[in-house]
Design a binder for this molecule. Sequence first.
Ligand code: NAD
Length: 402
Amino acid sequence: MIVKPRIRGFICTTAHPDGCRAHVAEQVDFVRRQGPLDCGVKKALVLGCSGGYGLASRIVAAFGCGADTLGVSFEKPPAENKTATAGWYNNIAFEAAASGAGRYAKTLDGDAFSDEMKARVIESIRTDLGQIDLLVYSLASPVRLHPRTGVLHRSAIKPLGEPVHIKTLNVDRGEVHEVDLEPATPEETAGTVAVMGGEDWEFWIDALDRAGVLAPGFRTVAYTYIGSELTWPIYWHATLGKAKEDLDRAAAALRARLAGLAGDARVASLKAVVSQASSAIPVVPLYASLLFRVMKEQGLHEDIITHIHRLFATQLCGGAPRLDEAPRLDEQGRIRVDDVELSPAVQDEVKRRWPLVETHNLGELADLEGFRSDFLRIFGFGLPGVDYDAEQDPLMGRPLAD
Ligand code: NAD
């Protein structure tokens, strides 16, 4: 089949097999060009490994640190006349690149929130790796079926307390407009914390620790976004922020738990990038378009792989044997690599442009094209060297599943 982008709101319902392969290859090449990293990371588990920050983390672990990697994601295989999700192609491309470089790479597809997936992962670690020394927690999901109660929790992306009237961007139409966002109910806030908070991270460490598959000095890192005051009404001071506060709570609890292994648990605060998860958050596309323009003008732009490489190179490696000896921890003990995004030079300029930006001057003040191009690249479109008129094998050489 010939695969073209088919965009519905903030999702693209097609993914390009060759394009996804090229997207993974580009990130692998970048990491290889930076040279080896001495992180002491040799066996890593990445939850949410198939896209965005999780995929970049897996690539840096494998091709920077030389680690064997086990990944977990929730992706859809191709069906008749339908491509798979991008992450499904990314996983195959990653596994091929890693095994080509002599690294173990196995991906388990299914619900990371379930006890069944935790058991499958433990089995794979026991059989193939023995123990792991790093767990990256990079899940972004709208729902979580709670493994103990059977309740299906849904996350809501809403403000807290009062309605919020705020500027946003329709990426499809390239239009700046204002929206009224209704506040979350207490149930919606609790649902968001149940999905995106720290409980599942704690369940993972608990299960892995009980199974004896955590190596001495084991470290775990989960990703958060704090961002600028401009996005706080819909992020940090909103339902998602409550969930991320719960991640901070879990990190402190896990640090205490892992002390016996001389291990460590940290939340890392990352910069805003375009991902499947972040495209769905109102306000963020407008903020990100302005941010990218300003960071590019100031020569400070980082894409996903550059950013995660910096996280590993400067915070997880660099001779720091424990995360708490790394240089950039905030008062909550979080690793901060959002320092460049939040630097006064960048934020002052983004905040100066925020009240000025309208549909007619988007091209002058913001980087809508960069945002759109990053969005399409997630699905394998717009990669250099890919023939988008060529026939694609939607199975990427894999046999059709039963
Ligand atoms: P993403 O949408 O690109 O990736 C999400 C991953 O989670 C995918 O691999 C997906 O398959 C997996 N996943 C979702 N539900 C699952 C389930 N039930 N079982 C197994 N796997 C599942 O998301 P992202 O933007 O890379 O976000 C990852 C983390 O980084 C999140 O915690 C997010 O808050 C954080 N973060 C994102 C940004 C940003 O701008 N995108 C900024 C800072 C922090």
